[in-house]
Design a protein around this ligand. Structure first.
Ligand code: SF4
Ligand code: SF4
Length: 157
């Protein structure tokens, strides 16, 4: 539960651009740029965590990572479910998809909206530009419901 007044992405835009352009997990740095716990957090502790930007160890970022989903053997290296574990398991093989940032409860929604409106839109444009015309034809068919993928990965109606 972030603070009522969250980080203004425009104020940290230059840093966010660098973070989202690097091939390493962005979630920890986005968490540290965020506002931290708001006073209404529900964790059962006598400590006052208001403003804390700490990782909760919830593992949501690891669960949302497509690289770890594709290569589950990477997860055997540690039982930890923290942003540091994500950094260790992914390293510089990051897809730059932004899923970990969107999944993290400690990243301000303002930063998540910035990510969606800038980086993810650019990423989709890059993906479409890279696609061959044949891939685009299949993509169009799939979007129009004229094409279905069978279990063996081959297309068909
Ligand atoms: S979720 Fe996406 S951006 Fe985050 S570490 Fe995994 S591949 Fe990289
Ligand atoms: S999603 Fe959870 S484990 Fe990952 S950085 Fe955020 S608080 Fe930490």
């Amino acid at each position: 539960m972030p603070m009522p007044v969250q980080t203004d992405p425009d104020a940290v835009q230059s840093v966010l651009k660098i973070i989202f352009n690097q091939t390493r997990p962005p979630v920890a740095r986005c968490r540290l740029l965020s506002s931290g716990f708001g006073p209404g957090y529900m964790l059962k502790t006598t400590d006052d965590l208001t403003g804390s930007k700490a990782c909760l160890g919830c593992g949501s970022c690891l669960d949302a990572c497509p690289l770890l989903a594709r290569e589950p053997q990477r997860r055997q290296r540690t039982e930890a479910r923290t942003s540091m574990a994500l950094e260790t398991l992914v390293g510089e093989d990051c897809d730059r998809c932004g899923n970990c940032v969107l999944a993290c409860p400690q990243v301000d929604p303002t930063i998540k909206h910035y990510l969606i409106q800038t980086h993810l839109v650019e990423g989709m444009a890059e993906l479409l530009a890279r696609a061959t015309s044949e891939e685009m034809f299949v993509f169009d068919l799939a979007l129009n419901g004229d094409w279905e993928l069978s279990a063996d990965g081959k297309g068909g109606k």
